[in-house]
Design a protein around this ligand. Sequence first.
Ligand code: NOJ
Length: 512
Amino acid sequence: MSKHPAWLDNAVFYEIYPQSFCDSNGDGIGDFQGIISRLDYIRDLGCNAIWMNPCFESPFGDAGYDVSDYCKAAPRYGTNDELVRLFDEVHRRGMHILLDLVPGHTSWAHPWFKASMRAEKNAYTDRYVWTDSIWEQPSGYGCLRGISDRDGSCVVNFFSHQPALNYGYLNPERPWQQSMDAQGPQETLSAMMDVMRFWLSRGCDGFRVDMAGSLVKNDADGRGTIALWQKVRAFLDEEFPDAAMISEWGEPDKSLQGGFHMDFLLHFGPSHYNDLFRCEEPYFSSRGKGDVTAFVEKYLENMRRSGQKGLICIPSGNHDMDRLARALHGDELKVAFAFLLTMPGAPFIYYGDEIGMRYVEGLTSVEGGYNRTGSRSPMQWDDTLHAGFSAAPAEKLYIPLDPAADRPTAAAQMEDEHSLRSEVQRLIALRQAHDALQSCGGIDFVHVGYPLMYTRSSSTETLLVIVNPAAQEKRVPSSMRLMECLYQFNGAAVQQGGVMHVPGQSVCVYRV
Ligand code: NOJ
């Protein structure tokens, strides 16, 4: 685990899906200028860091995760100069911004891929993973075949239009499988480091790395991919020691060994993240029938295996998951946010989750969104035309707006001290006022179930967080000495005769 940049200690991230955030030029799609115009909103919420989804040139078959030029901003968002201006505006406000790096695959429209499809050998022949005959399909992976003069099938990393870049095989078994240190894989890695250098030297603060665990093939336990990222770590330590790196890997014990500073808990993989927010009986539902045990066990195991040092980040959601407000409602959302914002690691808030934006049901897929499209609808700013997102005619909006008459808006919630947004703002302020609640504060679970009780500690203080998502009061034996109450929502727990009485749907934070 490498030492992380100091600003991650108290980072609270806001994820921007640029298509849907704010459209400044009336073409129906969000853009850099739009984002710049809303930076104060993000800062006022209390977030001090941004992760922006891919914003590079792309045919947009997967919302930009199908890059056709890594070093050029997609014209629909603006120019490279405008992107650099966005970095500057973010920094001027004391904030940081991560770009989304997609190292595992490109679009099939990328010039590298077009060159690699040619029958004659050229500089890009080994840039992607190709078999040496059209009749041989790579086992364990999907592939593209019959689209080139080149005789071979090309491994795909995700959708069929996303050919896999070649970082080699851990243990090559077929003649066409290259080892990680063969020339082709080495050149791919060095090209990706050039991309990182390109944006870091222009002022971006680091990367969220897409499918970071997918690079080396036939690498079930991640050994090869970890070794590859260690090389990237050495490069960053040398040239950009302040760059922050967060992986979409979902296995912190591996990613942090690879030199990432942070990893996400995700809706797939072994973390049990879904048990909390997105299953039939989510833990945060007021029905109080969920189960948080497996999540806590896995979380502690991850902490142990990553040496307690790495930042395990729990997002409110992201562009791939159902909106938090699909399964949770009303106060359930406030209680869930209280948990998210009092856990270690840097929290990530998906745009609009802070106002409880809903999953828009029944939408036709847009740009490879499929069922994810409902979580990507335009940000609801206010009650003006198209919720203040865009001045374009309705049919030009990137994705239709939530049609509900009572859809939440940022403007209304900013006026209302009882709104979800106001609660989120208070919780972020609480976090920022106490080291113990921030990324690196310690955590010990005191009671796992309803309520969930955990202490957070720094060198100067220990705080007890008590979260009861269930509608009913809960009682648990406890002998903790409660001192000052620093935060309460729906009443504070009280201790009487060795029993903690925790009101229904409440959260409180005590100094102990
Ligand atoms: C994960 C991204 O979050 C998702 O949106 C994308 O479709 C895949 N990786 C492929 O890049």
